[in-house]
Design a protein around this ligand. Structure first.
Ligand code: NAD
Ligand code: IPM
Ligand code: MN
Length: 360
């Protein structure tokens, strides 16, 4: 059986990091006997320039028919004058909604070789291993009415009980398979949506007796994330808070360029993207850190392609490369994007054949 992958390189550093992630994915697949067919489509600024819309219908159709989608990043200063549905970012939002991927998993781990390279003290970040589960298709991003005139603008945060339940279930299940701790983050002291969020998550807790649930308010949680991140296992939160907290959490790992994500819905298919943006100021310079994109491909192998063995091999290969200081400039290294990708490709070859050898 051949699995169908769609790649959406997008804008800025998107194509550079997607290229490396794809090379690693294809290597893992080849070594592991997984047949992959890849097709590339347009999204974001490139799609606006060439087709007049940030999410062409053919792109959405192809993604809907794929087993998994690998995305780079969208947006950039040359498209910032666009408004509403014409914006590059809107194309990405339409894609997430169109695929129904409501749960966005953003794992954060601190590699021992990077613990002294972050902005925080080593003892604070050492051993951090947490996952932010961000609700991805609701909240202020999608709520109506949305208005914008010269004098007035309106965004509306809407959440329904079923929307909260389905993402919270993903988070409870994830926590049950990890250290059994779930922190639900909201603004229940002010927002009506926060109150519904808290009540709904609390009610679900009875279904997951093995998980210890705690609630936290987003403002103080943002501080706790920097002060005592080691205590945190799984976090579940609404779309906007999850966006902000996950970039903040990237400080723990050492660079925004390191963090991957998996966006999942009710089927096996998923959307995989690094959490960073198009980083326009370093685009085209072979300077972007591709580890976040590569680790997103690993998440794809685990969550959509049913190959946890290959996912683990890619993750171990990344760990090996970081351990030997194959690092881009954001982490104080001198390696280029392509050089990092090539190092991971080589490490994956070694890893997968070693595993296959051990198994036979
Ligand atoms: P950004 O994530 O692009 O960059 C933030 C900072 O991190 C910059 O200093 C950048 O150089 C650095 N950085 C990001 N990715 C990196 C990488 N892989 N390697 C090394 N350094 C990296 O955020 P921004 O500057 O606020 O936004 C730029 C554009 O990207 C905007 O148009 C924004 O809307 C878009 N964006 C897109 C996505 C996405 O497609 N998923 C995500 C976030 C932002
Ligand atoms: C992300 C990005 C997107 C978001 C933007 C580009 C729409 O910041 O993936 O984190 O806010 O979700
Ligand atoms: Mn973001």
């Amino acid at each position: 059986m051949t699995v169908r992958i769609v790649t959406l390189p997008g804008d800025g550093v998107g194509p550079e990091v997607t290229n490396q992630a794809l090379a690693v994915l294809l290597t893992a697949a080849e070594e592991g006997g997984l047949d992959i067919a890849v097709e590339e489509f347009r999204i974001g600024g490139r799609a606006v320039d060439e087709t007049g819309t940030p999410l062409p219908q053919e792109t959405l159709d192809a993604c809907r028919n794929a087993d998994a989608v690998l995305l780079g990043a969208v947006g950039g200063p040359q498209w910032d004058h666009l408004v509403g549905d014409q914006r590059c970012e809107s194309g990405l939002l339409q894609l997430r909604a169109g695929l129904g991927v409501f749960a966005n998993l953003r794992p954060v781990r601190v590699h021992p070789n990077l613990a002294d390279r972050t902005a925080l003290r080593q003892e604070v970040v050492s051993g951090v291993d947490l996952v932010v589960v961000r609700e991805l298709t609701g909240g202020a991003y999608f709520g109506r009415p949305k208005e914008r005139t010269d004098q007035r603008a309106v965004d509306t945060t809407v959440y329904t009980r079923p929307e909260i339940e389905r993402v919270a279930r993903v988070a409870f299940r994830l926590a049950a398979g990890r250290r059994g701790r779930l922190t639900s983050v909201d603004k229940a002291n002010v927002l009506a949506t926060g109150q519904l969020w808290r009540a709904t998550v609390s009610e679900l807790a009875a279904e997951f007796p093995g998980v210890a649930l705690e609630h936290a308010l987003v403002d103080s949680f943002a501080m706790r994330l920097m002060q005592r991140p080691g205590d945190i296992d799984v976090v579940v939160t609404e779309n906007l808070f999850g966006d902000i907290l996950s970039d903040e959490a990237a400080v723990l790992a050492g660079s925004l360029g390191l963090l991957p994500s998996a966006s999942l819905g009710s089927t096996r298919a998923g959307l995989y993207e690094p959490i960073h943006g198009s980083a326009p100021e370093i685009a085209g310079m072979d300077r972007a850190n591709p580890y976040g994109a590569i680790l997103s491909a690993a998440l794809m192998l685990r969550h959509s392609l049913d190959r946890p063995d290959l996912a683990a091999a890619v993750e171990a290969a990344v760990d090996d490369c970081i351990a030997t200081s194959v690092l881009t400039a954001d982490l104080g290294g001198a390696a280029g994007t392509a050089e990092v990708g090539a190092a991971v490709v080589a490490a994956v070859r070694g890893r997968v054949s070693a595993t296959a050898g051990a198994a036979s």
